[in-house]
Write a protein that binds this ligand. Sequence first.
Ligand code: ZN
Length: 247
Amino acid sequence: MRYLVITDLHANLEALETCLSDAGQRGYDQVLVLGDLIGYGADPNAVINRVRDMHPVGLVRGNHDKVAIGIGEAEGFNYVARTAAAWMLEALTPENRMWVAELPQGPLVIDDLIEICHGSPIDEDTYIFTERDAMEALVAAVRPLCLFGHTHYPVTFCLQDGVMSGIGPSRDAESRLHLDDGVKYLVNPGSVGQPRDGDPRAAYAIVDTEARDVLLYRVPYPVEETQRKVIAAGLPEALAWRLTAGR
Ligand code: ZN
């Protein structure tokens, strides 16, 4: 089985379409989505519709998805994120708002190898940045490979015989992580729609369960088109400019 893994799409249609066409050429069987489909970007309905059409076998909600339906904590958001959340509440169609409301909370076990979550397997809103965060998450994980998002930072943590190590982010357009027996892995493929590792390219992964490989990809997309739409929508311009820097 080859799973396409996408997270933190953030209503960026150009980045999503670029990832889907790149992944389509490489080939995949099923789709896993780790949350934050919306928030920040100008195309929440188009992105939701695209994801719905793919019928993901695994899908969890993110904190921005919760805010869209009034159950998230917009108080924790800064001015820009709050303004974007208010814009999104207006923009979402009633049907898509209902669909978002039914997104499940992670973690979600997919098969013998994989589980998915938005923030951490301990809590959907927790950020995994440090090795200490990762250690707690890996201890809580019930599968050898736990896929997460939320930080928009492509990184891998491995736990073997009680020893933790971190890998990434890579500057390569493609990188391969082979999953060894007896090791637990925590992998963030990076954000599709708003990368924050200083690399503006969209990020996604394919997990090949037979080869036991995680393939990590970075693809350039038409950032200027996305920026034009963000500004035309009346969203805070900072949300457009940060896409150039990937911050
Ligand atoms: Zn996010």
